[in-house]
Design a binder for this molecule. Structure first.
Ligand code: ASP
Ligand code: MG
Length: 413
């Protein structure tokens, strides 16, 4: 049997009419002869509401109990979607992550999938049923519920596509596909018909919310045929794949912006071997991901070490760093939440200087100060003040002519 995995995001199942619409789309795919496995997110902003509720009751809830709570959002949407399909007289069954056998590690709130047992799903598919699976969740070896991190339903979908050897994995959302920039910030942003796994991975890591980064990583590792498209139209969307057409290679794919980051600086750390190792190993053992890193020389024998972390990890990071600073005899720790990372991503950045020049020029013309810079083979990121981030994105998008045509500046008056 040909299998298709479809994932519907929270906005696609936000109310009962949308759930019914999704049910009809699913049945259409089944009628095309597919065994259909569907992953759904929690309805609308359910996950945010659950989090709000949790923090009102306890500002520091345990990660285990958070997972217990957050996983309920998806349980609501799978059952309602299954009911909508039942109402259309199609055989269907909804399953939680645990019931499917999505085994994860023990890291609550950002668990990684270790294994997917495809037996149960295959059995249900053999019986002609549409299978609806709760996204974003699994169970650990202890049978405790875990979640995969915000946006993790995409990763559930791709993991199922791998385990079931699906023909394709379609990620349904409320936009038409992957754009050159967030259309809410840059209205003239263009939809990309295709993008490489590597570029998509960078864009997702750098703040493009359309796909969970780990879903792209998985898709790349297993060569999953991954498509991002709208649940409200029949347009083909964006194909994420290994190789893209020659003409599309020598260009920037997009501009991204991540506002949910914070800058942390450890001030006046002694300048000697092993210090950086010490600073970052403490963070690594707390499962905190560190991004841009700068070590700057203050005066003889002391350095400032600055880096960025996700805003969610800021409290933990500052606590750890204050301890570390004391141990190392550093001056202290500073942090700033009012920062954003603006990046350009493109496979064709071999001649980096040219791209960097254009990007920095776009920022200079807007009088936007660059606080940190980092680069890789396929991206350049600049840390700027958060209040200037949208303007930075628009300016860069325009400078690289990513909308495909030059915008005429009309003089007024
Ligand atoms: N419901 C979860 C979230 O809002 C997971 C997801 O939507 O992918 O992050
Ligand atoms: Mg998402």
């Amino acid at each position: 049997m040909k299998i298709i995995v479809q994932k519907y995001g929270g906005s696609s199942v936000a109310d009962s009419n949308k759930i019914k619409n999704v049910a009809r789309r699913i049945i259409k795919s089944k009628k095309k002869g597919y065994g259909v496995v569907v992953v759904v997110s929690a309805m609308g902003d359910t996950t945010d509401k659950l989090l709000d509720m949790a923090y009102k009751i306890n500002p520091h809830p345990s990660e285990r109990e958070l997972d217990m709570l957050l996983s309920t959002g998806e349980q609501v949407s799978i059952s309602l979607l299954a009911m909508a399909i039942e109402a259309l007289n199609e055989p269907v069954i909804s399953l939680t992550g645990g019931q499917v056998g999505i085994l994860t590690d023990d890291i609550h709130n950002k668990a990684r999938i270790l294994k997917v047992d495809s037996k149960r799903i295959n059995k249900e598919l053999q019986q002609g049923k549409i299978v609806i699976v709760a996204g974003f969740q699994g169970i650990n070896n202890n049978n405790d519920i875990t979640t995969l991190g915000r946006g993790g339903s995409d990763t559930t979908a791709v993991a199922l596509a791998v385990a079931l050897q699906a023909e394709k994995c379609e990620i349904y959302t409320d936009v038409e596909g992957v754009y050159t920039a967030d259309p809410r910030i840059v209205p003239e942003a263009k939809m990309l018909s295709e993008i490489s796994y590597d570029e998509m991975l960078e864009m997702a890591n750098l703040g493009a919310k359309v796909l969970h980064p780990r879903s792209v990583e998985l898709a790349k590792n297993y060569g999953v045929n991954l498509i991002v498209r709208s649940s409200f139209s029949s347009n083909p969307g964006t194909v994420v794949k290994g190789e893209i057409q020659l003409e599309n290679i020598m260009r920037i794919s997009g501009v991204t912006c991540d506002k949910k980051i914070a800058k942390v600086a450890v001030l006046e750390v002694p300048d000697k071997p092993g210090i950086a190792c010490h600073v970052f190993s403490e963070l690594a053992s707390a499962n905190i991901n560190v991004d841009m890193i700068i070590q700057s020389i203050r005066r003889e024998k002391v350095n400032d070490i600055s880096f960025t972390v996700s805003e969610d990890d800021l409290d933990k990071t500052v606590k750890i760093m204050e301890n570390t600073a004391k141990k190392l005899g550093a001056m202290g720790v500073e942090f700033d939440k009012n920062v954003a990372k603006v990046s350009i991503v493109g496979a064709g950045m071999a001649s980096k200087a040219e791209f960097a020049k254009t990007m920095f020029q776009a920022l200079a013309e807007e009088n936007i100060n660059i606080q940190m810079i980092s680069t890789s083979e396929i991206k350049i990121s600049c840390l700027v003040s958060q209040t200037e981030a949208d303007r930075a994105v628009r300016s860069i998008h325009k400078k690289f002519k990513l909308n495909g045509f030059e915008i005429e500046e009309k003089e007024v008056g």
